[in-house]
Write a protein that binds this ligand. Structure first.
Ligand code: SF4
Length: 336
């Protein structure tokens, strides 16, 4: 598919959009099957040393910070295991420190021992050194999600500070390390933020394809009043436009990268009550159930409305008792 085809398809509406989603759904069913992998999600810490301009848990906010105890995270994971989950996501802000490295490693080891390595774990803990990523892999992590947010470096620095801590090149380097360490590697983009164009999104799709990923997690931009990016309402796509762009991007990525796992982002439900189920009909095959304790959830304040969502996903074949590994990864490792 050429750039201009992608630009046209990204703007699909009405019957053209319906056909696009149908095609992606058919390719999903042929390539990875009809099952939706349901993963348990625990937001282990909202401490972050970065200052991304769009994020509600960035360093420069007054938010109350937490880090769940190792014991609580392990208890939550084992509770999920007893309830049938075989796939877990541990998410946090980005902290690069030895205590944090050790904290995650000890959680991974404990979960591996207590479940007899029968729970596959995805980490989403930001950029880390190769050494840390290696330690976490050896401790039992299977998958890692690190979104690039955009493939346009100029745009990247419109939504991140221009300093060493927020270097685009470092993000790509970390993705390279994840591949070398044989993680199942995921990345993704933010859709519909101020200054982003349809051409940018089309280029992002081609860039994500070129990364040869195992998983993709992408979501619509949701403006947060406590962030610098809040100040651009006049150049913002409307919420329905952001929803459509996200769904169309999912479909196009499914068509271009048929055997990967694609998540239906929780942020979609903030755009519309049917947002997540629409993504599952448009090519996504991964769903997340947030098991972070209710008292804590509100402090993982990535965007407004995140914690007030009702589960709205009828008519899908949810599958929790499966590791839900990426078929693409298994193929590139000659495991099938
Ligand atoms: S997007 Fe991630 S790295 Fe950036 S401030 Fe938010 S949690 Fe931290």
């Amino acid at each position: 598919m050429q750039l201009h085809d992608l630009e046209n398809l990204l703007l699909s509406k009405g019957s053209q959009q319906h056909l696009l989603h149908q095609k992606a759904d058919a390719i999903k069913r042929q390539s990875v099957g009809k099952n939706i992998y349901n993963r348990a999600l625990i937001e282990v810490s909202n401490i972050c040393h970065k200052n991304c301009y769009y994020c509600g848990i960035r360093k420069n906010t007054d938010l109350l910070r937490y880090q769940l105890s190792k014991e609580l995270v392990v208890d939550l994971a084992l509770n999920a295991y007893e309830n049938g989950f075989r796939s877990l996501v541990l998410q946090s802000g980005e902290i690069q420190s030895s205590p944090f490295t050790h904290y995650i490693a000890s959680i991974l080891k404990e979960i591996a021992i207590r479940t007899r390595q029968n729970m596959h774990v995805t980490l989403s803990c930001g950029e880390q050194t190769r050494q840390t990523l290696q330690e976490w892999k050896q401790s039992g992590a299977h998958r890692y999600l690190l979104r690039i947010e955009t493939s346009n470096i100029g745009l990247y620095h419109k939504i991140h500070p221009c300093d060493q801590l927020h270097a685009f090149e470092q993000r790509l380097e970390t993705l390279k390390h994840l591949k070398e360490l044989n993680y199942q590697v995921g990345s993704g983009i933010l859709i519909g933020f101020p200054f982003q164009t349809i051409k940018d999104l089309a280029k992002d799709i081609l860039f994500l394809k070129s990364l040869d990923l195992d998983m993709i997690g992408l979501g619509p931009y949701i403006e947060h009043p406590d962030t610098p990016l809040w100040n651009h309402p006049s150049i913002l796509f409307s919420k329905p436009e952001r929803l459509d762009l996200t769904l169309n991007t999912i479909s196009l990525l499914r068509i271009l990268c048929c055997d990967i796992n694609i998540a239906s982002a929780t942020a979609l439900e903030v755009m519309a009550p049917h947002g997540r189920s629409a993504a599952l009909s448009a090519g996504a095959n991964v769903f997340m159930t947030n098991l972070t304790p209710d008292m804590i959830k509100s402090q993982y304040d990535l965007y407004p409305g995140k914690n007030s969502m009702a589960l709205n996903t009828p008519n899908f074949f949810f599958c929790i008792n499966d590791w839900g590994d990426s078929l693409h990864y298994l193929k590139r490792n000659n495991q099938i």
